[in-house]
Design a protein around this ligand. Structure first.
Ligand code: CA
Length: 527
């Protein structure tokens, strides 16, 4: 399908949505003047949730009814990929429309990293802002804050999300397992007492707060590897902090806090089109479920926080319904990378797993170059019931969200700094059953895999065979690997020596793609 045809289809969709919304509004309340012309977009971006972690994707040991309901009312994608097997690069790609490896230093970010996204470049929220959308991010950030001089935790924390296109932000600055354990709303830490200034250090201990290494008897959750610096709320973290006591979060209520801020943003902006990126802490470590979910899954803390995630989804859908916005909102649900069991805390994720299969049998997991690292759940619920209850096997990537959402929002052109993001609206609508021709997958050691049609190529890599801190295969081998993922979806039989010409072809393509960012500047026509 050409861009023109796609745009036509989107236009039809928008008209349909507008008409249905007007009808709804007039039925509900004849005096209201609200007419939402463009659909809202709510992207629920979860953390470390695997391809097999949801009952909608075939999990039998855990039930996720709210997420399953989204699939029943929307399209479930069975061949969807994050661009990377770790948090920071996947999120960088999602927001910039480029593979993260095109920019140096976009691997797993330190807790006090400077902002990784250039404030001058195109971003997903900036593009939607230009189309009249109010934009917000609520939840995990992990893309750096401040400039090279360091972050002023006690003052104005900038640049950050507000400088790359978000109108509102309420952040977990890095991750739940990194200090500082505080929320940052727009440019400032929430509830920071000026008489109790906060200090953060990633090199050495500061202040006199106990650490997991020195005082393990104070811990309610012990680390299994690393994670033994400052203790906050009975959990030792990566990095040291002191001060800012009144601002500290309580892990058990993080999801409620994020849902609350999301609800406020939705209700305050319901009169105009909005984009909400709800970036959940669940199901990343430390996995500390709220009382409502503790012990409820039978799979230990990891299962409990999956139930908690399902609760979050239910709350958001319920809010959209209550605000009469469900018929004009696109809901997208996905994950930033594949699953991991023991990720640094002794939360018994391995011991209590039972028959649950977080990757649904895919090889590898978080960090890996195998498909377990990047093949993720993706569900899109269209407001007009488009594709309701269907499954798509088309090859799709989160890197295409930027250009596709932009097309839906009516943006005419995307700037040339967006290299990788394509307009795949017809695929997301379920009309195009094939999807992308190819994708590149980034492991924790860079872009090493190339996927095209039924084939997956992994270039030679001398890195370790197992992720040093997790019992996960990296997929690194000193020889090239080639798998037919149609016949062998779990990447068991290496066919590289059988098809040397394919290995060469894919290696050349991967090499050329890596060069693209520096040579092939172009402008993408959308309308
Ligand atoms: Ca992640």
């Amino acid at each position: 399908m050409t861009f023109k045809n796609q745009s036509y289809l989107v236009l039809i969709l928008l008209i349909f949505i507008t008409i249905s919304c007007k009808k709804e509004v007039s039925k509900e309340n004849k005096t209201t003047t609200t007419e939402t012309k463009k659909p809202n977009i709510v992207l629920i971006y979860t953390d470390d949730l695997g391809y097999g972690d949801l009952s909608a994707y075939g999990a039998t040991e855990i039930k996720t009814p709210a997420i399953d309901q989204l699939a029943k009312e929307g399209i479930l994608f069975k061949n969807a990929y994050a661009t990377a097997a770790t948090c920071t690069p996947s999120r960088y790609s999602l927001l910039t429309g480029n593979y993260a490896w095109r920019k140096k230093g976009t691997g797993i970010a330190k807790g006090d990293e400077a902002l990784l996204i250039d404030t001058n470049r195109s971003t997903l929220p900036k593009t939607l802002q230009s189309a009249g959308y109010k934009t917000a991010i609520v939840g995990k950030w992990h893309l750096g804050l401040g400039d090279e001089k360091g972050i002023d935790w006690n003052g104005k924390i900038s640049p950050g999300p507000l400088e790359i296109g978000f109108d509102y932000s309420y952040l977990i600055p890095a991750t739940g397992d990194r200090v500082p354990c505080v929320f940052v709303e727009n440019h400032h830490i929430v509830n920071l007492d000026p008489n109790d200034s906060i200090a953060v250090n990633y090199n050495e201990k500061i202040g006199d707060w106990p650490t997991g290494k020195e005082n393990p008897e104070l811990l309610k959750l012990k680390p299994s590897m690393g994670h033994n610096n400052t203790i906050v709320n009975g959990i030792s973290r990566i990095g040291y902090m002191t001060g800012g006591k009144a601002a500290l979060w309580t892990d058990e209520t993080i999801p409620m806090e994020l849902v609350d801020k999301s609800k406020k943003f939705i209700s305050q902006n319901k009169e105009e089109p909005f984009f909400l990126l709800l970036s959940t802490h669940d199901i990343h470590v430390p996995r500390i479920a709220n009382k409502m979910f503790q012990g409820k899954s039978g799979l230990g803390a990891r299962g409990d926080v999956i139930l908690q995630l399902d609760w979050t989804v239910n709350e958001i859908v319920k809010t959209l319904k209550e605000q009469n916005l469900l018929d004009n909102t696109i809901i997208v649900f996905s994950s930033d990378n594949g699953p991991v069991l023991d990720d640094g805390y002794a939360d018994k994720a391995v011991e209590l797993l039972g028959n649950h299969k977080p990757t649904a049998g895919l090889r590898g997991g978080k960090y890996s170059s195998f498909n377990g690292g990047t093949k993720i759940p993706l569900i899109i619920r269209w407001p007009n019931g488009k594709g309701k209850g269907t499954v798509s096997n088309a090859l799709v990537s989160q890197v295409d969200f930027l250009t596709s959402f932009a097309a839906i929002a009516g943006v005419k052109t995307i700037k040339e700094d967006v290299i990788d993001s394509k307009n795949t609206v017809d695929v997301f609508l379920g009309d195009n059953k094939t999807g992308r021709n190819s994708i590149v997958q980034e492991s924790y050691l860079g872009p090493v895999s190339y996927l095209e049609s039924d084939w997956k190529y992994i270039e030679p890599n001398s890195g370790p065979k197992f992720v040093p801190w997790a019992n996960i295969e990296t997929g690194f081998q000193e020889n090239a690997q080639l798998y037919n993922i149609k016949n062998d979806p779990n990447e068991q039989e290496n066919l590289a020596t059988k098809y040397p010409e394919k290995v060469k072809e894919f290696n050349d393509k991967l090499t050329n793609l890596k060069k693209d960012g520096f040579t092939n500047k172009h402008e993408v026509e959308l309308n």
